[in-house]
Design a binder for this molecule. Structure first.
Ligand code: IPE
Ligand code: IPE
Ligand code: MG
Length: 234
């Protein structure tokens, strides 16, 4: 794996937990639990490889439509994860940031998010973004509302609105665009993830289900990316 070109920012859609559990005749939540273990390993692998930014999709704005018990199971798992990650992230020098619409989350959830972000704010290693109640369209709408409000208060001039300015209103302000997007679980769509940020991103799809995704699979995705000849004439 020497001489591999390591992307500065990798975005991952962790898909396939439900099917993984089904194959084992287990409840879907068991797949999500196993998936959170995979995530811990992949964070470690990303740090070791020198990836600077890792952004993962944990819960979409569409995922609320799932059966109530699955949504509840996912929320409990996310809460557990947010509290356990205080220690894990500090020990691994990872700065954690949650992206997505937090307004819909309950007070306990928001408290855990603030706590984790504060506890890791000075970590200088991997910059780790977790997308929760995140939708690319929702993020663009929220940014637009912030701009509109500033316009209304006369703090902003329409002629100043451009891509660079818009960037600064996104959840991912200060985070470079991902060079590589990985989706596990065999589906080949974007499912409302980082629509604005992935305008130029290379896409990698694998049939491996997220709970089975190993460091070797991650390295393979990066290897394939680093072998691509990007023909760019602009
Ligand atoms: C991805 O796995 C995790 C979340 C969406 C939270 P899925 O739950 O979508 O698993 P599949 O796609 O049904 O197998
Ligand atoms: C995308 O996976 C969302 C997350 C991984 C959190 P989904 O399984 O929810 O997306 P669709 O239903 O395949 O588009
Ligand atoms: Mg899925």
């Amino acid at each position: 794996m020497d001489n591999m070109k390591i992307p500065k920012h990798i975005a991952i859609m962790m898909d396939g937990n439900g099917r993984w559990a089904k194959k084992k005749f287990m409840p879907r939540t068991f797949g999500h639990m196993q998936g959170s273990k995979t995530l811990e390993n992949i964070c470690k692998a990303a740090s070791d490889l020198g990836v600077e930014y890792l952004t993962v999709y944990a819960f979409s704005t569409e995922n609320w439509k799932r059966p109530k018990d699955e949504v509840e199971g996912l929320m409990n798992l996310l809460k557990k994860y947010l509290s356990e990650y205080v220690e894990i992230s500090v020990n691994n020098n990872m700065r954690v940031k949650i992206i997505g619409n937090m307004e819909k989350m309950d007070d306990e959830f928001q408290g855990l998010v603030n706590n984790l972000e504060k506890a890791t704010a000075n970590c200088t290693g991997l910059k780790f973004q977790i997308a929760i109640n995140y939708g690319g369209k929702d993020e663009i709408i929220r940014a637009t509302k912030k701009i509109a409000l500033e316009y209304f208060n006369k703090d902003i001039d329409i002629s100043k609105i451009n891509e660079e300015l818009f960037d600064t209103y996104m959840d991912t302000a200060d985070i470079p665009e991902p060079e590589l997007f990985i989706r596990t679980g065999g589906e080949r769509r974007l499912s409302n993830f980082l629509l604005w940020e992935m305008a130029h991103t290379e896409m990698y799809f694998t049939d491996v289900l997220w709970p089975d995704f190993k460091k070797e699979d991650f390295e393979k995705a990066i290897f394939k990316y680093s072998k691509r000849d990007k023909v760019c004439n602009n």
